[in-house]
Design a protein around this ligand. Sequence first.
Ligand code: AMP
Length: 185
Amino acid sequence: MRLVLIGAPGSGKGTQGQRLARSSGARHIATGDLLREQVQESTRLGREVAGYLDSGTLVPDRVLLELVLPLVREAAGGPGYILDGFPRSVAQAEAFDELGGPAVAVQSAVYLQVPRDQLVFRLLGRAAEQGRSDDTEEVIRRRLQIFDTATSPLIEYYRQAGVLSVIDASTSIEQVNDAVNRAVG
Ligand code: AMP
C-alpha cells in the first residue's frame, strides 16, 4: 500500500492512519508527530521548526522533504506507507513525485471530508484532552485557513492523477475505517 491521507486538521487522519497501519502492516508516517518529536527532544531541526508549529503555519518544504523522503523510500521498498500530513500543498506533492520517482509513487489518495463546524468541535475537544500548543482557538482558525488555501488544491491534483477517493469522515471511527479499507481495496 502506498497511500496519502488528505484532510483538514481534526478530520481523523491520525486515527485512521494508525488503524490502517495496524491492519495492513504499512508504515504510518505522520509528519506532525515527527516534527513534534523533534521539538520535544529539542534537536537542531526541532528548534528550527518550533515557531511554525506553535503558530500553525507550514514548515518549509525543504525540511519536510528531508524528513519524509528517506522514510518513504525505506517503507516503499518494504511494507508500504501511509502518509498523514504530507504533502500539504501541490508544491510538496510535485516535489515528492519528482524526487521520489516511480518506485515510491502514490497509489491512492483518500480525502477525509468533514463539515467545518464538526472539525472545530473536534479540535477544541482535543485541545482540552491533549493540550497541544497549536490547538488554541486562534491557531485552529489559521490551520483551517491554511488547509483551504494551501492543502485543498491537492484534492484536484490527485483526482487528475486518477487515484483519489472522497470519504464522508463525519461518521464513526469504525465506519470511516471501513470506507477507507473499501477505497484502498
Ligand atoms: P499536524 O499534526 O499534521 O496537524 O501538523 C502539525 C503542524 O506541523 C502543522 O500545523 C505544520 O506547522 C507542521 N507540518 C506538518 N506537516 C507539514 C507539512 N507537510 N508541511 C509543512 N508543515 C507541516
